[in-house]
Write a protein that binds this ligand. Sequence first.
Ligand SMILES: [Zn+2]
Length: 125
Amino acid sequence: MNYLEKLKDPRWQKIRLEIFQRDNWTCQSCGEITKTLHVHHWTYEKGLEPWDYPLEELVTLCESCHEEETLCRADLEQCLLENLREANFMCSDIANLFGLVGTKTLTRNQVKEMHKEWRRRVDEG
Ligand SMILES: [Zn+2]
């Protein structure tokens, strides 16, 4: 069974509906409710079937946000690391950021603002 076939499997279809319901049929990144919705896996583990993941590893995203996550994530993560290094973030600074993010109170725009602030610090040297 290839990946596309697995996504048609009733075990995945059932989980998918559960996630859409849990997330109120709303993209958890941008709040979109009218675009086509996808269920995104935060992580992939070798050997696990799409339906084998704990529900907290899955999230509802709209088509655009899912595409962005899939195509841009690795580059942006790399960019974030480089920014942290270039802006001379200390371990404690990173730990503080981690604490902020861990509260899950940051919106997408707040994260973008943080990124802009890092860019500003980097550009100022
Ligand atoms: Zn979205």
